[in-house]
Design a protein around this ligand. Sequence first.
Ligand code: FES
Ligand code: FES
Length: 156
Amino acid sequence: MGLTITLKVNGAPVTREVAPQTLLSDFVREGLRLTGTHIGCDTSQCGACTVHLNGRAVKSCTMLAVQAQGSEVLTIEGLAAENGQLHPMQEAFRQCHGLQCGFCTPGMVMSAVELVQQCPDASEQQIRERLDGNFCRCTGYQNIVKAVQQGAEAMR
Ligand code: FES
Ligand code: FES
């Protein structure tokens, strides 16, 4: 039997029936077709599924969709402006070649945005430490850190 949840996703109200065991990551991808949120492990390790829940970065495979009842969820699709202009952190990843295959990128960007919101002057060391829950299988960390530094400057 399904449960009805109501929440906001990328600013828009959403009401859906979900099975109680549905993960938030599956709800976002399959229920809402927002497939920019990736699933790399499903076991809370890789960070590819990171979204913002009430302004905090969370790994969406670690929680149930029903736990997001009444919350505001922001996914990578909601980060750019409505006119399509990229968020400064997305633009920085683009300019600094902070992605290779792109699989980790949505989660990296969502984590990076939260990092800069909480710690606008993060040092390189702090950026590396704060992003240690996001894995890049292409091992492109050097340019990812550069991108976060440039994105932080643009967001300040
Ligand atoms: Fe959620 Fe890897 S898919 S942490
Ligand atoms: Fe390929 Fe990070 S760019 S996993």
